[in-house]
Ligand binder design. Structure first.
Ligand SMILES: O=C(O)CCC(=O)C(=O)O
Length: 312
């Protein structure tokens, strides 16, 4: 049974790769959004945010002037927040420590403090928090074309501010994501949901970084576990194959989102994100995925089959 199952899964991955392009298509406006969401295909939309106040005005001085309350910043020793890190010789999934600090101090320290990487990545709709009110008015509250497609407003609008050291490890979300780069540039490494099989999700011990007043880090395990992938698209295929014997079946789509551009990142796609620019600033719109129809239930079914296979 196992061999037949493996053949069927590998057939699914090959079929998906055969019927879909090996690159992310580029458009000048959101006209094709409806079809892209239906087909769950990522795309770039050029220059859609060029006229936003944020794209024109956001710099260190402006941000510091507009955000005067303390904000929550993720702190790690090397820029890997929510990522697998070796602790006492064992890979752990570690969440960052968080510190409250003023925007001006954060922006000054973002790339200036050795052995301590800062990233504004609080998510959870942070742009609607009172402390960001002065910035929320510089971006649209939602992407009208996406509201029409989803027949809904976004669940959450988030602001992200980081430097080149901050990396977001490979994961997927249950959201349709319109990700807009306002300053700098971001690189996304993408894998379709069908390629979960190639990413070797396993359970890892979970913990947090703790950063003391001298900037020294310790690790506090929580006693819980979390399912995560050891794949790092920035490493060689050979290195990744050591962590996942089926990695060679995957086909990573790498795409750069430039200043003023938006990426449609479909729900369920695995993504790894790195950035250039200091600071690099983005705003993204998370729309709850549509659970009706076949797409979601088929994906759940596939994930259950994979679990059966891994736990055989
Ligand atoms: O920009 C980042 O670092 C991560 C973005 C992300 O994971 C998301 O929008 O779902």
């Amino acid at each position: 049974m196992t061999t037949e199952l493996v053949d069927a899964i590998e057939g699914l991955i090959e079929d998906y790769q055969d019927y879909n392009s090996s690159f992310v298509k580029v458009y000048n406006n959101f006209d094709n959004l409806d079809k892209l969401v239906k087909n769950n295909r990522p795309a770039i939309f050029k220059s859609v945010a060029n006229n936003w106040e944020a794209t024109k005005s956001w710099n260190k001085e402006y941000l510091s002037h507009k955000v005067t309350s303390e904000i929550e910043i993720a702190v790690t020793p090397n820029g890997n927040a929510d990522a697998l890190v070796e602790h006492h010789g064992v890979l752990h999934f570690l969440e960052p420590d968080t510190k409250s600090m003023r925007m001006d101090n954060f922006l000054n320290d973002i790339s200036a403090t050795p052995n301590r990487v800062l990233y504004l990545q609080s998510q959870n709709g942070n742009l609607s928090y009172p402390e960001y009110q002065g910035l929320a008015e510089d971006v649209p509250q939602s992407i009208t074309e996406m509201d029409d497609v989803m027949e809904n407003k976004p669940d959450a609008v988030n602001i992200w501010i980081g430097g080149p050291e901050s990396v977001t490890s490979l994961h997927s979300d249950p959201y349709e994501n319109i990700y807009v780069v306002v300053k700098g540039r971001k690189t996304f490494n993408l894998y379709p949901p069908t390629e979960r099989y190639c990413l070797n999700f396993q359970k890892y011990p979970h913990g947090h970084y703790i950063c003391d007043n001298n900037g020294e880090f310790t690790v506090k395990p929580s006693g819980e576990t979390i399912s995560w992938t050891p794949i790092d698209p920035n490493k060689s295929a050979e290195e990744n194959s050591k962590h996942s014997p089926t990695y060679s079946k995957s086909r990573c789509l790498t795409v750069t989102v430039d200043e003023g551009d938006a990426l449609y990142l479909p729900s369920g796609w695995f993504h790894h994100v790195s950035q250039k620019g200091s600071p690099c600033i983005a705003v993204n719109y998370w729309y709850d995925q549509d659970y009706s129809g076949e797409k979601f239930v088929m994906r759940q079914f596939y994930n259950r089959i994979l679990e059966m296979l891994y736990n055989k």
